[in-house]
Ligand binder design. Structure first.
Ligand SMILES: NC(=O)c1ccc[n+]([C@@H]2O[C@H](COP(=O)([O-])OP(=O)(O)OC[C@H]3O[C@@H](n4cnc5c(N)ncnc54)[C@H](OP(=O)(O)O)[C@@H]3O)[C@@H](O)[C@H]2O)c1
Length: 395
């Protein structure tokens, strides 16, 4: 695409407005917004009313619009918009990890059938360029693991809890006010948002397509003061970690809180920042850190995708096409800390071994080894009085 590209944008919330702002402050991007489709026509908008429509078709049927930018907070509507645009051979940029993770096979098929690019860098870690790095730099089989803090909102909450002694609810409200939290904050707090990102990363890192239900996610919803005290006593913090790792041709993945020693690299990742540690067979460790949420940070990743489209960039899905014979497994053993108040007890029989068991009025915990598969099936895990944190002693 050599001529100036015309954008049809869906959504003018936190990210849509961020995109508008960064686009207008960036020289050398050969793109302009022609129309913006929103949901509520009566909302006050900071830019001219002539930009807005509530009709999808005004964008989808406009032959002048080359690129559809999908930045809405609904999943089904977003999937319909993206599918229709691809069918009309309009390139698409999206930041909607939930929509992408839940519909990956269909979206891949549409890209192939209509030979039209679909880019979504902003969906994983907002401002950190993850996907293009995995596609282009790690276009080989040398990558062994990707792990990190993929959710800006919970990292913001945990940083405030540990560094500023703020209460959970107060920190969550701040994250929402600042535009770091998803419209439905349970997606962040219950670790669904980082799981969706991990699902996308798995495709580009290891060529594995999974359903959201295949990956274990456990959030920070049951974090208690006693867990925070325990972490501090161990000179650690609690961080919500997403990890996928290759061992031979087996790949495993999970998303859960972990005790992270104060001196650890991941503890440098504070507030709304995201951090990603990549490990390669020869490159060893690489660390990426950047803003993982917020309008301008996310808008700049969207802009980078738009810019990539001006030179006809598209994902080649190299790892999928290399037929790497990777298989996904949940048969790994993890060391976990489980706290509980006594009414509901973790079933000892689920554990391979228990190395520590502490019981005192109002605060009980154990440290033990358990398989990921058992963890996913354990009923006691669903109780709000129980809290789970991975220990530092895990591969
Ligand atoms: N916020 C972040 O930091 C961040 C970071 C990375 C990725 N994302 C992703 O980016 C997307 C947008 O997030 P956001 O934070 O910008 O959300 P947001 O602030 O809640 O804004 C959502 C926008 O979508 C519009 N909208 C909702 N349903 C629509 C529909 N059916 N048709 C047309 N417009 C519709 C809304 O219209 P009205 O204005 O009329 O209500 C609003 O403008 C989400 O997928 C999110 O997961 C967000």
């Amino acid at each position: 695409m050599k001529r100036k590209i015309k954008l049809g944008v869906f959504g003018f919330g936190c990210v849509g407005q961020g995109l508008y702002s960064v686009l207008h402050q960036t020289k050398g991007i050969n793109a302009e917004i022609k129309k913006i489709c929103i949901k509520h026509p009566d909302k006050a908008r900071p830019i001219d009313a002539s930009f807005f429509t509530t009709s999808r078709d005004e964008i989808l049927n406009d032959p002048e619009i080359d690129v559809v930018v999908e930045l809405i907070d609904e999943v089904d509507a977003a999937f319909e918009i993206v599918s229709s645009a691809l069918r009309k051979r309009k390139a698409v940029v999206s930041a909607n990890k939930k929509m992408i993770a839940e519909n990956f096979p269909a979206l891949l098929k549409l890209q192939q059938e209509f030979q039209t690019p679909f880019l979504y860098e902003a969906s994983c870690c907002a401002s950190i360029p993850v996907i293009r790095n995995l596609e282009e730099y790690y276009d080989n089989d040398l990558l062994t693991s990707v792990e990190g803090i993929l959710n800006g909102s919970t990292n913001y909450i945990l940083t405030h809890i540990f560094e500023n002694n703020k209460a959970f609810d107060e920190a969550l409200k701040d994250a929402q006010r600042l535009g770091y939290a998803e419209s439905d904050p349970s997606l962040d707090v219950r670790a669904l948002d980082p799981k969706y990102k991990l699902l996308i990363i798995l495709v580009h890192a290891f060529g594995i397509i999974l359903n959201p239900g295949d990956i274990f996610n456990y959030g920070i919803q049951n974090l208690k003061d006693a867990d925070i005290r325990y972490a501090r006593e161990k000179n650690a913090r609690i961080k919500l970690i997403a990890r996928c790792c290759k061992n031979g041709n087996k790949v495993y993945a999970y998303c859960m809180p972990r005790f992270v020693p104060v001196s650890d690299t991941l503890n440098k990742v504070t507030y709304e920042y995201n951090g990603l540690l990549l490990e390669g067979a020869f490159a060893e460790h690489q660390f990426f850190m950047g803003k993982g949420a917020g309008g301008n940070a996310t808008g700049s990743a969207v802009l980078s995708d738009i810019s990539a489209l001006t030179y006809d960039y598209r994902y080649e899905y190299k790892k999928l096409n290399q037929n790497l014979n990777h298989t996904y497994t949940r048969e790994i053993e993890l060391e976990v800390y489980v706290s509980y108040n006594g009414a509901i007890q973790p079933a000892a029989a689920d554990f391979e071994s228990i190395s520590v068991r502490h019981e005192s009025p109002g605060f009980n915990y154990l440290v033990g080894r358990i398989s990921l598969l058992k963890l996913m099936k354990a009923k006691w895990m669903d109780d709000p009085s129980v809290n789970l944190v991975l220990t530092e002693n895990n591969i």
